[in-house]
Design a protein around this ligand. Structure first.
Ligand SMILES: Nc1ncnc2c1ncn2[C@@H]1O[C@H](COP(=O)(O)OP(=O)(O)OP(=O)(O)O)[C@@H](O)[C@H]1O
Length: 227
């Protein structure tokens, strides 16, 4: 099992119950869509997995490790297991495409040899070798998201979390991003993608976990977007 949530609840200090006794198991190599209306608890789930928030009850096990018991000093090591992409790309504006990816490797203290070759291999995967020396503002939204995906996987994470990765993109760019995420998954990375994109979910025929008010109300093997 790559990710396991056992009896996980999250009650924020203001009393809002964002997640209520969640049980969820995700196998190594699985692809899971998480869907649900606004406020259903999707972002909270991601924050718990990244250990940006602590669960109120329950256990969260990632790659065999109970992250609710993790020492503060072990959090960076835990986060290196997870690559993340967001709706708003979050590239560093003053660094080139190459430097954005290089920086992610440096920060992770990555022991990967031949940094340059490795950066070009992830750029090749997203079809942007020719943009290595461009700055983010010189790229389209779709291209920026491709860079952000290259950066997310450069340290070979076990899990890719994509938080509405197509939220700012038109249908063609959305579909291109979806294909890259699917390729990343086929190469063995477990993928958890939060999305509101009904057309994409319905076309991909992957596992779909549906949240309503902090509860999993549906978990379908080859599911559809149905809220
Ligand atoms: N830091 C916080 N403090 C208090 N309440 C919060 C906090 N973060 C989220 N909430 C509340 O918890 C509930 C779940 O929020 P969450 O952001 O997880 O939903 P979501 O499914 O990601 O929604 P969206 O699709 O709008 O991003 C909501 O009622 C929200 O108002």
């Amino acid at each position: 099992m790559m990710v396991e949530l056992i009896g996980v609840s999250k009650v924020y200090p203001n009393g809002v119950i964002a997640l209520s006794n969640i049980n969820l198991s995700i196998n190594k190599g699985e692809f899971v869509f998480v869907v649900g209306s606004s406020g259903a608890g999707k972002s909270t789930l991601i924050k718990l997995l990244l250990k940006e928030e602590e669960p109120t009850t329950g256990q969260i096990i990632v790659n065999g490790e109970d992250i609710s018991r993790l020492k503060r000093s072990k959090i960076p090591h835990h986060r290196r297991n997870i690559g993340v992409v967001f709706q708003d790309f979050r590239l560093l504006p003053n660094k080139t495409v190459y430097e954005n990816i290089e920086f992610a490797m440096l920060v992770a203290g990555n022991p990967i040899k031949d940094v340059k070759k490795h950066i070009y291999s992830v750029l090749d995967m997203v079809g942007l070798v020719d943009k290595a020396n461009s700055y983010p503002h010189q790229l389209s939204g779709g291209e920026q998201q491709r860079v952000s995906l290259a950066r997310a996987v450069v340290n070979k994470p076990l899990i890719l979390i994509a938080d509405e990765p197509t939220g700012n993109l038109d249908p063609d760019n959305s579909w291109a991003i979806m294909q890259i995420i699917n390729d990343i998954n086929r190469r063995g990375t477990t993928v958890l993608m939060v999305t509101h994109a009904k057309d994409i979910v319905d076309r991909m025929r992957k596992r779909v976990v549906t949240l309503v008010k902090g509860n999993i109300v549906k978990d379908q093997i080859k599911g559809a977007y149905d809220i």
